[in-house]
Each structure stands twice: as structure tokens, then as C-alpha cells.
Design a protein around this ligand. Structure first.
Ligand code: AMP
Ligand code: GLY
Length: 471
């Protein structure tokens, strides 16, 4: 069988690499792909959103299975488009992909299905959103902390302490710490439309950037969510879903911030490891019962059943796991360590999902390498803000020669015999080890052999998992 993977990042390289291992697969194509997918498969220069050109290619080559990597073509209905033409494709329909494409849709669905998630409000106008944020500021009145309900009072600062000035009697009222909030654009924003705010001015500026300046586009910023900030440790839980069947994949932990110790800006993900000990069996049981089952059923009830990878970003709080967001596809970089550990033939699994036969795996689950895997993302200096492209990468072959190491390409392209950087996240250096510590050591040994100008990577990928295992 010939297979086509759509996308060009590290997740897609991992998919190409894994699918190519199936004895049933004759050839794997990737559209448009990167320098790595050209090594493990064959690149086709077609954009992920050019459905007509993709269909023409699939028909011409006689592709038997198409696998979609990124959210954008899913949200635009690539699966519906292929299915109308009776072409086999793995992923959710446009309506089902709204679980990721609209945060307002997904939060409302969670509320109706009673899925644990942070309390939230939806706003369509910046003014009302701002006023709400002001009402979340605490003030200290007669030694009691209350929400401040009047947004238009004057604020003065004396010795670093903020006071509200009463409009009638001129009395000063001390302002305490605001309630921690998170402001989110409704639509897709490549992981950048979420602002975890430290104070009122942060939240006000997030509203301004999303709704007024429309930094993430008019449509994505038409509505916003303001939700309570949750405290805890994050875990990514992915499940294969088709019909009523839900097959959970092992828990993975992403590292969203750019710098060590979870400092710096939010990125698409700077590294991941699997399995993550924070996903304890009891957390997985609760997530399955209270998150996946009610969500899958709610989608069926609205006649938009979900078929594909349902990815729940969870915060494990002191009151149990709560959903931060849904994605409707494999995570990136989560896919790299997960697929490195998967032993079951991926083509068989994806076909079973497409044909509503996923229940054949329900009893025993999928087969996994027992060894942990760690993926360290090597990024271009400056990412997630401005970064350079086109710098040559050296040491890839030496790194690839290390045992149980696979260097997945993300933002790379080939030029003659050179491999050049071509994106913010450049490589996902992934290793298996007998222990998490050994997997980490191997991944970092491989990173040390690779260089490109201003290369930057976190040194603490998997460290939380290691500390949890030691406890
Ligand atoms: P999202 O794209 O919704 O998953 O948000 C991106 C990141 O922002 C998450 O991985 C969290 O680190 C953080 N985040 C989102 N929502 C919340 C929340 N309610 N409380 C705390 N952190 C959050
Ligand atoms: N690593 C986060 C994501 O794929 O959305």
C-alpha cells in the first residue's frame, strides 16, 4: 500500500518513519515534508491546505491511506473532502475538529457534558471583557478581600502599593493581588493565542492583542475566553477514538515554555517524554471516565462523532485532572516519543479506526516498548519570536549513529548536499533508554553532536519525570 502523510513538522517525520516500518507499506509520501521526511519517505511539494492538488496526487499515485498531521487542514474539512470522493483518510471531520478549532465550542461542550475544566466566561467585545477583568481585582476593604466591582475608579500607586480613589469621599482603598486569569483567543493561533496572566494589566493587554489588534486574525479573535488559572502539573493524554471505542495512549509530558524551569514564552513545545509518571493509573482512570467517555458520547449525541486522535491537555490539580484544551490530532512533540515506543503496526491501527473496527484493540490495548523515550527539541535562537532560517546543520549523521536514537526533523530543508534550518523548531532529538535517566542522557548526547548557528534547547526535558520516579 502507498501512504501519504500531510504536514511538514517533527510529528509528520515521526509518522512517516513509523508508517514506513509497516510490512504492508510499499512507499510513504509526505506533503510538503522536510529534509527528514525525504530521507525516510518521499516529499511531494503540495501545501497542506491545497485539497484539490492533494486529491489529484492521491488519485494519480493510488494512495491507499492518507494521514493528516496538523490541525489546520482538519479544521478546514480535509477529511470531509476526501470522504466525499471515497478516499481513505485518518482524522476527524470538520465538525468534530471544532473541539480544537474553537475553544468556545469545546468549553461549552465540556460544560454540557460535565467534563472537569476551569470556570470560564465568553466575551465578544473588548470593553465587556476588560470590565470583567477589572472586577476580578481584589481589593482590601476593612481587612476583608472582596472583588472590586467598579471599573472606572482612579488608581494611584504609592510606595509600590496600588490604591483605588473613592470618587465621592476621595478615600484610598488598597488593591490586593488580582485573581489569576488566562485569556484565550477562540480560534486557531498556532499555540500562541493563550495568555497566562500575572496581573490585570497583562490580561487587559491580552484582550487588546487578541480582539483589537487582531494579532491572530479577525476570525480567531472575534471571541475570547477568560478562565480561571489552574495550578498543578500538566500532562498530555492522547486517545485513539472511533465509534464508541477509546484506546488511550501512554501519558506524555510536553514542555511548553521556551526556557529551563518553565520560564520564558509559550511555544509549540520544547520537548516531551513518555510515559510521564504524573499520569498515574488513578489519574488515567479518572480521565477516561470523566473526560474521554463523556466527550466522545457528547460528540456522538450531536451527530458529529469524533474519529481520530483526541488529545486532552490536562492539568493535574489537587481536585483531580481538569481539561486545559482539546486537540484533534497527534501532539507535536508528543508524537515523537509516543511513536518511538509504539510496537503495533500503525497502518493496522489507523485502518481499524477508519473502518470502525477499533474494538479489536479494546481488550489488550496497543503494544508498547517498555522503555521510556525522551524528545529534546533543538530550536533556532529567538524562537518563538523572531529567528533566522537557512543556517547549515552539522553532526546529524554522528547523532543518528548512536544506539536507540532517532533525530526527527521539524524545520529543515535540503539544499544540494546540505541540510539547512527552515523553522523555529528545527529538530526533535529522540532516544529510548532502559530508564528515563538513560533516555535523557542519550538524547542529550545526541544533541551535543549536532550544531547550527544559535541552536537553543532546554536542558531539563524529562527532569520532572525523573524527580517523580525518585520520590
Ligand atoms: P492551551 O492551548 O489552551 O492548552 O493553553 C496553552 C498553555 O497555557 C497550557 O499548556 C497551559 O500551560 C496554559 N494554560 C491554559 N489554560 C490554563 C489555565 N486555565 N490555567 C493554567 N494554565 C493554563
Ligand atoms: N505540544 C502541543 C501540541 O501539539 O499542541
Amino acid at each position: 500500500m502507498k501512504v501519504l502523510v500531510i504536514g511538514k513538522g517533527g510529528r509528520e517525520h515521526a509518522l512517516v518513519w513509523k508508517l514506513a516500518q509497516s510490512p504492508r507499506v510499499e512507499r510513504v509520501f509526505c506533503a510538503p515534508g522536510n529534509a527528514g521526511t525525504a530521507i525516510d519517505g518521499t516529499n511531494v511539494p503540495i501545501d497542506v491546505n491545497d485539497f484539490d492538488a492533494l486529491v489529484a496526487f492521491v488519485k494519480k499515485e493510488g494512495i491507499g491511506l492518507t494521514v493528516v498531521g496538523p490541525e489546520d487542514p482538519l479544521a478546514r474539512g480535509i477529511v470531509d473532502h476526501f470522504q466525499r470522493l471515497e478516499l481513505r483518510i485518518f482524522g476527524p471531520s470538520k465538525e468534530a475538529a471544532r473541539l480544537e478549532a474553537s475553544k468556545v465550542f469545546s468549553k461549552k461542550l465540556m460544560r454540557h457534558a460535565d467534563v472537569p475544566t476551569a470556570d470560564f466566561m465568553v466575551f465578544e467585545h473588548p470593553e465587556t471583557a476588560r470590565n470583567y477583568v477589572y472586577t476580578r481585582e481584589y481589593v482590601v476593604l476593612d481587612n476583608k478581600t472582596v472583588h472590586y466591582p467598579f471599573p472606572k475608579m482612579q488608581v494611584v500607586t504609592e510606595d509600590g502599593v496600588k490604591y483605588l480613589v473613592h470618587p465621592v469621599n476621595g478615600k484610598k482603598i488598597k488593591i490586593g493581588d488580582p485573581e489569576p486569569l488566562v485569556v484565550k483567543a477562540d480560534g486557531l493561533a498556532a499555540g500562541k493565542g493563550v495568555f497566562v496572566c500575572d496581573g490585570t494589566s497583562d490580561a487587559v493587554s491580552a484582550i487588546e492583542r487578541i480582539m483589537t489588534r487582531e494579532e491572530f486574525g479577525r476570525e480567531a479573535g472575534r471571541r475570547i475566553l477568560i478562565e480561571k488559572r489552574l495550578q498543578g502539573e500538566e500532562v498530555s493524554l492522547l486517545a485513539l477514538v472511533a465509534g464508541r471505542t477509546i484506546i488511550m495512549l501512554p501519558p506524555t509530558q510536553d514542555h511548553k515554555r521556551a526556557l529551563d524551569g518553565d520560564k520564558g514564552s509559550n511555544t509549540g513545545g520544547m520537548g516531551a517524554y513518555c510515559p510521564a509518571p504524573i499520569g498515574k493509573p488513578e489519574v488515567l482512570d479518572v480521565a477516561s471516565r470523566d473526560v474521554f467517555v463523556p466527550t466522545v458520547h457528547a460528540m456522538r449525541r450531536r451527530r458529529t462523532p469524533f474519529r481520530g486522535i483526541l488529545y486532552a491537555g490536562l492539568m493535574v490539580t489537587s481536585h483531580g485532572p481538569k481539561v486545559l484544551e482539546y486537540n484533534c490530532r497527534f501532539g507535536d512533540p508528543e508524537a515523537q516519543p509516543v511513536l518511538m515506543r509504539l510496537k503495533t503496526d500503525l497502518v493496522d491501527v489507523l485502518e481499524a479506526a477508519i473502518e470502525d473496527r477499533l474494538d479489536i484493540y479494546a481488550e489488550h490495548g496497543l503494544e508498547w516498548d517498555q522503555r521510556p523515550a525522551v524528545c529534546v527539541v533543538m530550536a533556532a535562537g529567538g524562537y518563538p519570536d523572531k529567528f533566522e532560517k537557512g543556517n547549515p546543520i552539522t553532526g546529524l549523521e554522528k547523532a543518528a549513529a548512536l544506539p536507540d536514537v532517532k533525530v526527527f526533523h521539524a524545520g529543515t530543508r535540503q539544499q544540494g548536499t546540505d541540510i539547512l534550518t527552515d523553522g523555529g523548531r528545527v529538530l526533535g532529538v529522540t532516544a529510548l533508554g532502559t530508564t528515563l535517566e538513560q533516555a535523557r542522557t542519550r538524547a542529550y548526547e545526541a544533541c551535543a553532536l549536532i550544531s547550527f548557528k544559535n541552536a537553543h534547547y532546554r536542558r531539563d526535558i524529562g527532569l520532572k519525570g525523573l524527580q517523580a520516579t525518585e520520590e
